[in-house]
Ligand binder design. Structure first.
Ligand code: FAE
Length: 540
């Protein structure tokens, strides 16, 4: 990792301006470098970088790597923590079954996706902290997102699914399928380290009994059952099962990070980006404004925060090019506010539109006693039920890693939901709002029922009613897969260049118009690979 040269200003300017003590990172934070440069005072107004990337998730990591490989110095600004230091228990990440201070983004009570179990509420008080999982509440939906260096890759299940080609036209209507399936999906899969479980091991592994029960029930009702690729290291999981490696997936780690086994972006794209020596990262720094700079480029305002979320310094720098990679919600919120408040007045009217939840809906089924799903469940899902063509639903067979036998089958369905919401600026509250309605989940529930009503009828089983409240069947209050808000070829051109302000780009899930028919991060990564290749070739 290297630092872009910082200029010392003449003494008269030094006395008038604010300074930061520089380390190896431009913004004066703890850098992720192996060796730090000597500390020095920096005139932040004089800091100019060729490329600034907002956010360190999939889109941001692809942009940083490819820009750096092309010889461009890149600075990445990330509002979450670095997640490179163990806590007092010797672990970086908390266990899913025992959330603690590390688990939630600036909340005083956990907001677990499964709120209840056997009638008991699961949420508990935690200290307010810049934890890893954000349960961001809008009026009609809770949007779960990863926070930290690596973005969603820190908290997600690693399910790395390429949409079926026949569905691609609806996923990204203005992108040529041939180039995606010929070049960019393969590149993304290779860069992410995607692979599929050894089918022979799957048949015997105790930790996938729940998935085999899921398969049996799907097939008995005539549904196609498919293995789902993942970025988890399957050989590592075999060693976990054999007792020769420290357990992660087999210890229930997932939602608040995996201490071992999972190839998050920290191990893949970001590691390669750092190895170029051209990429710096500032964790615990939040971009609050981007506006045209007098001398060209953009002035980027950044707030440094502490682990309580309080602002400790406000900084500014100038960037020739700015890449919005703050995730669908983060990028949309920034752009909508910056347009409405006049910082970026020439953004077009498509900004904030076209947001969807990827049709996410959850449910559980209560199995008979002869269909035990196992006390030991790998937290990494590996299989799905594909009823997209007939019923508009792709259901992943998800784990319930509670450590006890629950006789429950649990599913996260991705469905064809036609509703799209819009972000808008509320000047009175000073907040960006999202007009998603809870009732808009009904098409998703109907699609999921095409699978699970049939399975229940065939098996003589019923839905669980204890997982999302009291007597509530459907987890219809949330999404893990926010998509859209700055849609490709609408708010931007067909490569993510924002209309109205040359040199500004969107390169994350905000580009995708609301649904990918499967889990989204491979598509986000592949689209970013496609767009950055064009941008490097033509704009730099
Ligand atoms: P993302 O990865 O969200 O990165 C955005 C980054 O920007 C974050 O690190 C933010 O902290 C940061 N940021 C936001 N605002 C600012 C700001 N103002 N200044 C500085 N930094 C900022 O964006 N997808 C799959 O394909 N397979 C799965 O198995 C899967 N499981 C999931 C499970 C969970 C619990 C969750 C929450 C998500 C899951 N997803 C899964 C979704 C996937 O993680 C998500 O689509 C991608 O992470 C989105 O990638 P982006 O690059 O758009």
């Amino acid at each position: 990792m290297s630092a872009t040269p910082m200029h010392n200003a003449p003494p008269d300017r030094l006395s008038r301006r604010r300074f930061i003590a520089g380390t190896s990172s431009i913004l004066g934070t703890v850098a992720l470098a192996s060796q730090a440069l000597p500390a020095r005072a920096v005139d932040i107004d004089a800091v100019r970088v060729p490329a600034l990337v907002i956010g360190t998730g999939y889109g941001g990591s692809v942009a940083a790597l490819r820009l750096a490989e092309a010889g461009v110095d890149v600075h990445m600004v990330e509002m979450g923590m670095a997640w490179d230091t163990p806590g007092s228990d010797g672990k970086i990440f908390a266990n899913t079954t025992s959330p603690d201070i590390r688990s939630y983004w600036l909340r005083t009570k956990t907001k677990q996706p499964l709120s209840n179990f056997l009638g008991f509420p699961l949420d508990k008080d935690v200290p307010r902290h810049t934890g890893i999982l954000d349960a961001e509440e809008f009026g009609g939906i809770i949007v779960y997102q990863g926070r930290g260096v690596g973005g969603g890759s820190l908290v997600n299940g690693g399910m790395a699914v390429t949409p079926k080609r026949e569905n691609f036209g609806a996923v990204l209507p203005t992108v040529e399928a041939a180039e995606m399936y010929g070049t960019y999906y393969p590149r993304a899969n290779a860069g992410l380290g995607v692979s599929t479980i050894d089918p022979a091991w799957f048949e015997t592994a105790e930790c996938y009994r729940y998935a085999r029960v899921g398969r049996k029930h799907a097939q008995r009702s005539g549904f196609p059952f498919v293995f789902v690729p993942d970025v988890y290291d399957w050989d590592y999981m075999k060693r976990e099962a054999a007792g020769t490696a420290t357990k992660s997936a087999l210890a229930g780690e997932i939602l608040y990070g995996n201490n071992h086994g999972k190839k998050s972006l920290q191990q893949t794209y970001l590691a390669r980006a750092r190895a170029t020596g051209r990429v710096t990262i500032s964790p615990l720094h939040k971009v609050t404004s981007v506006a045209p700079a007098a001398g060209g480029g953009y002035t980027v305002t950044v707030e440094q925060i502490d682990t309580s979320g309080d602002t400790t310094a406000t900084k500014a720098m100038t960037a020739d090019k700015v890449f919005f990679a703050a995730g669908s919600v983060g990028t949309s919120k920034l752009l909508v506010r910056l347009k409405a408040t006049g910082a970026l007045p020439r953004l077009n009217g498509e900004v904030g539109k076209g947001w969807g939840d990827n049709g996410n809906v959850m449910c559980g089924r209560a199995n008979h006693m002869w269909d035990a799903t196992g006390k030991l469940q790998s937290s990494i899902p590996t299989a799905g039920i594909d009823n997209w063509a007939a019923g508009g639903a792709f259901a992943e067979v998800a784990p319930l890693p509670t450590g006890i036998e629950t006789y429950a089958s649990f599913y996260l369905s991705i469905t064809r939901n036609p509703h799209r919401a819009q972000f808008s600026w509320n000047a009175a509250t000073g907040r960006v709002e999202l007009n998603w309605q809870t009732a808009w989940k009904q098409p998703s529930i109907d699609a999921a029922k095409t699978i699970f009503d049939k399975i229940n009828a065939k098996e003589g089983t019923i839905y669980r009613t204890d997982l999302f409240g009291t007597y509530k069947i459907w987890g219809d209050h949330l999404t893990y897969h926010p998509l859209g808000g700055a849609v490709l070829d609408k708010a931007t051109d067909n490569y993510g260049r924002l209309h109205g302000h040359p040199g500004l780009y969107v390169i994350d899930g905000a580009l995708i118009p609301g649904n990918t028919s499967v889990n989204p991060f491979v598509t986000i990564t592949a689209l970013a690979e496609r767009n950055i290749e064009k941008i490097v070739a033509t704009d730099l």
